[in-house]
Design a protein around this ligand. Sequence first.
Ligand SMILES: *[C@@H]1O[C@H](CO)[C@@H](O)[C@H](O)[C@H]1NC(C)=O
Ligand SMILES: *[C@@H]1O[C@H](CO)[C@@H](O)[C@H](O)[C@H]1NC(C)=O
Length: 530
Amino acid sequence: MTMAIRLIKGASSTRGPFALLCAAAGARIRYSTAAAVSSTTTTVTSTTTTPAGHGAIAHGDPSFLESVDIYFDKAAAIASTTPDILAQIKACNNILKVQFPLKCANGTVELIEGYRAQHSHHRLPVKGGIRMAPNVDADETMALAALMTFKCAVVDVPFGGAKGGIKIDPTKYSMNEKEAIIRRYTSELVRKNFIGPSIDVPAPDYGTGPQEMAWIKDTFEHLQPNDINGSACVTGKPLEEGGIDGRTEATGLGVFFCLREFLNDETLVARLGMTKGIKGKTFIVQGFGNVGRHTVDYIHGAGGKIIAIAEADGGLVDESGDGLDIPAVKAYHKKKGTITGFPGAKTMKFAPSILELPCDVLIPAALESQIHSGNAGNIKAKIVAEAANGPVTPLAETILEDNDVVILPDLLLNAGGVTVSYFEWLKNLNHIHFGRMSKRMEERGKRVLIDALENEFGNGHRFSDTVRSQVVKGNTEVDFVWSGLEETMLSSWECVKKIAEERKCNFRTAAYLIAIERIATCYRVSGIFP
Ligand SMILES: *[C@@H]1O[C@H](CO)[C@@H](O)[C@H](O)[C@H]1NC(C)=O
Ligand SMILES: *[C@@H]1O[C@H](CO)[C@@H](O)[C@H](O)[C@H]1NC(C)=O
């Protein structure tokens, strides 16, 4: 805390009223580098052009940022909008780089590097996670920010896209050191006006969680004590810090909803020579973090068989034929911090080959570019469900589609997280949790109805206490959240499916088309473009 307070002295905003006005109108703001420079931070502007090959992975695949551009261009080529609007939609509006010293517990001082990219201000605030990983850089952050813009548009969440990153390996730092890093990073964002309930609202991502979000909120509220909506400056907070019930499971549940809808569509599964439904289908997941863990939990609950899990340090392969016992794997993982060595399955040290085992659905739920031109040809799944951001490179997509593999794209599939973040932000702005005013009113109404039914038609019969309490139960916050999430995922999926059929393209291009055309409408009504 002392650290954060010390740092804010003399800080001033780099965004004047004019800049805010432009942002509201959907204009592209360029911060002047001179105005933004301080001893520790630099603000630079950038477009999405990158040096070729930077960050590229093996096998000649494009970098992550180039991949997002390739997917965008494919949809842009058939989008019904003008080239000037397309150029604006594609560009990353702002990228902030911060560097600051961290005094480690052992007395040494380390230079920490962080980023925040705001891709599009066509809607405000902009929104996107903050990750902590050793490979964070400006290009990756901009690519992820662009994905956020399109993702929000696909599921009709009224935010622009952003992303942040801190270039550290979080497992190498103590809790106190991580707290100091997050608090300092947050105060840098405050100084540059890169965070706030109406400006830019971060969330958890790879390597961060509710604890980090609580530190961000606390730092922000200390620095901006007069902002009554301060707790809406970040989402994914712990419940007692203004978080929302159901946020932790949200991305995984959203993945599950989409997969369930796809597998229940008779026409689509018939094209793959499959039968309808989740029950009995085989699934392989890469990643047992927040997203992967909850996704397989819901699939397991619906009767799907998880036959293998791949993690960075090794994987599990089921040998029983019934699928892994997911609750037991979760309990083991919680206790040991790893899935390897789980007694109910075979541990494989080399996890990448797990992705190539035969299955119905492969769910990459870890990092980007995991399925590339080097392994795509070996994938035996019929469906690849992108629970992670950008797990399939464009070269890999071509190979998979040549082999008749269907890809359910990240833009839609993992949008459950940002959808429930949107609900959390609304809750914070409303200063009341969902259901507080309605729960008992609903219950009273239903009790009156049940009494009336018994009196009019019961002929002396009464509903049992169990049935009565099931029927009468009013909706709590998590009921609202999951209902809102299901509605969002299902209506968005229907839209993506329809556009894919109408425009004769794959689901990814359909999702990009929907996003591009929705954002283009915003710019068209802004009056800036002819
Ligand atoms: C000091 O601690 C930091 C962070 O925990 C670590 O990265 C660094 O290697 C340590 N330095 C020495 C000399 O032990
Ligand atoms: C806080 O949010 C409400 C909307 O819920 C808004 O009307 C109000 O202006 C906001 N206050 C500040 C200080 O931003």
